[in-house]
Design a binder for this molecule. Sequence first.
Ligand SMILES: [Zn+2]
Length: 321
Amino acid sequence: MQVRTVAGPVDPDTLGATLMHEHVLALVPGRFFTGGRYDDAVEAAERALGGLSEHGVGAVVDLTGRTQVGSGPDIAALREISARTGIAIVAGAGLYKEPFPGWVEAAAVDEVADRFVAMAADAGIFGEVGTSLDVVTAAEEKCLRAAVRAHRRTGLGISTHCTLGAMAREQVAIMASEGADLRRVVIGHLDLAPDLPYLEEVLATGVTIAFDTFGKEWFDYQVPGSEGQGGGEFVKWAYHRPDSDRFAALITLLERGYAAQLVLSSDISGREAYLNPDTHGRHGYSFVHAVVLPALRAAGVGADSIQQMLVHNPARILTIP
Ligand SMILES: [Zn+2]
């Protein structure tokens, strides 16, 4: 009964508070933002994670999965970051969402599952495995099924990506039909669709849902099919997801007794950190602990609920049976 971190297996009780959806190697947004001063991804992560221990955070789950250069997560870099910071890092494995690498289209579900198992040799969870905005494409369904088959073979949990919080019910239906252990499945980014009847319908299936984009209030999304319409500008939809809506939905769900099915994170990448000086630019990875938790406590959320979301639920999802 252990959790597989990038530094090897550990006892689940040693993790402490765990941020369940981050991308610690995506903190270098390029010379435009950094002036070329902070272009080393490992150094950037070391600095960004530096303040977490004093908040009691012991672990971070990195759901980047397949890297641009290789076929699995960059375990060596994550291991170096973990060694420098003392924060345990659990790596995700698998494929994200469309567009996929070319081999996926012709592959059978079991072939994709074989690849996922191979990618997960040093990983501790599958994810983020995702779906597009308001649609589950055929290839995305194939990858979700493959993730469940790989989960059943390896015992690793699963964490998903719902674009703007959509398609959670469809994801759960697909995974349930493959026999997933839904107690160890996290449906991601549902704080982007903080509609209570929708969230309770998903929670009724037994999965855990993630409020994992705290502090990300604005999204630009390129309109599909508009690629290549000139240089510079692109045709976009803009979305506003204020934290006040996240708090309202989360507090109500806690009042209704769902603490055992909720996890928290902030899904930071370099652009969010640099473009939002009041949120991630100021607090970085401490945003959940420095801003979110005090607001929950002020609203009457008890220490046991906070412990459940940050410590017990991550341990359950990450512990390989
Ligand atoms: Zn995501």
